[in-house]
Design a protein around this ligand. Structure first.
Ligand SMILES: *Cc1c(COP(=O)(O)O)cnc(C)c1O
Length: 381
């Protein structure tokens, strides 16, 4: 697709000039707004403990890791964080990557090879698809969250050395959960390895914020995820058995050939994980807000999808309509971005609204009034 094609299809993207003016506030191209778009679901990006831990590490260790981890960038803070991640995930070991994208690319490209099969949910994150391509394995997609379809594929495609079922835990665009318990038993019954990308899960799902597998009482062999969402930092991880982690250290190119995260980032994320158990009210607050907003939007008469999560997609339909709705919201002081093809199927363009424990009741009420008014004006309800 050329840039011209992208423009004429209503899919043109550009970067906005953005100035953050608080945990939930920003100015976009001169327009002041409350932000309902961030993945900082618990408000940890600005938490004083996170800031203090990061500031101390910055002061003590400097601004950069200085090298890849296999050379001399393997800071002591890595070990501490990896131990915490493994414990949070109930796995033997964990490995930190610079981003969740790189964790997925590294995991799939290292664990699967040309004689293997990857069975992937159609709506999996782009980084899983990119990792799948890099692996050289055969790739089959099953219909979104459709375990019957997956089952028929498992029966059909058997002539492979090793088979993997790969899924997002919580789908970050649609905001719904994968049927992880069923996927776990399908994997066990068919001698497959289940890999769950739980990027948005840690912090918001599970009784202690462990993520989507604890929430659904599933036990995937391998989990990946990110620190850049509810944990308010940056970085990705793979958690699994010790041998898998050792293999990744020796094989994952997105781990080997890149610089380690800055010490301040590691310290901030480590502090954020401690807050999950110290301040469970944040998780309760965001879940309560999400259920409330979801209920009110449905009352207004809008089509809202997804499930039990702070990601609340409002289906608009047309690409341009979604964009215009989002712009009208921004003019009225609420930033709710439009998500369009190729992130979502054509004709299913939407607003992707997220709530955070950091939002005040007043900010939420104002946003709901704005959405109701614009939906009425545009004849959507
Ligand atoms: C956000 C996300 C990622 C990417 O994580 P980053 O750390 O931002 O690179 C991967 N998978 C899923 C499902 C995500 O939601």
């Amino acid at each position: 697709m050329s840039l011209e094609d992208i423009k004429s299809a209503g899919l043109y993207r550009r970067l906005r000039n953005q100035v953050d003016t608080g945990p939930t506030r920003a100015v976009f191209d001169g327009r002041k707004a409350t932000v309902f778009a961030s993945n900082d679901y618990l408000g940890l990006r600005h938490h004083p403990d996170v800031l203090e831990a990061a500031a101390r590490a910055l002061e003590k260790y400097g601004a950069s890791a200085g090298a890849s981890r296999l050379i001399c960038g393997n800071h002591e803070l890595y070990g501490e964080l990896e131990t915490k991640v493994a414990a949070l995930k109930g796995q033997e070991a964990a490995l930190v990557f610079p981003t969740g994208y790189m964790a997925n690319a590294g995991a799939l490209s290292s664990l699967a090879g040309s004689r293997d099969l990857l069975l992937m949910d159609k709506f999996n994150h782009a980084s899983l698809y990119d990792g799948a391509k890099l692996s050289g394995a055969q790739l089959k997609r099953y219909r979104h969250a459709d375990t019957d379809h997956l089952h028929s594929q498992l029966e059909r495609w058997t002539a492979f050395e090793h088979r993997f079922i790969v899924t997002d835990g919580l789908f970050s665009v649609d905001g719904d959960l994968a049927p992880l318990a069923e996927l776990s038993s399908l994997a066990a019954d068919h001698d497959c390895t289940l890999i769950v990308d739980d990027a948005p899960g840690p912090g918001i799902l599970g009784p202690g914020g462990q993520g989507s597998s604890a929430h659904t009482q599933a036990h995937p062999a391998i989990e990946t995820g990110t620190f850049s969402k509810a944990l308010g930092g940056l970085g990705g991880f793979v958690a699994g058995d010790r041998e898998t982690i050792e293999l990744l250290i020796n094989k994952a190119r997105s781990f080997m050939f890149t610089t380690g995260l800055p010490p301040a980032t590691l310290a901030g994320v480590s502090a954020a994980i401690d807050i999950l158990s110290a301040e469970p009210w944040r998780r309760e607050r965001v879940q309560k807000l999400a259920a409330y907003v979801r209920g009110r939007l449905i009352e207004i008469g809008l089509e809202v999808i997804g499930g039990d999560s702070p990601i609340i997609p409002i289906i608009i339909g047309g690409e341009q309509d979604a964009f215009d709705f989002s712009e009208a919201c921004l003019d009225a002081g609420a930033f709710i971005p439009a998500v369009r093809h190729p992130t979502v199927p054509r004709g299913r363009a939407r607003l992707r609204l997220t709530v955070s424990a950091a939002h005040s009741d007043e900010e939420v009420e104002t946003m709901l009034v704005v959405i109701g008014r614009i939906a009425t004006e545009r004849g959507l309800i």
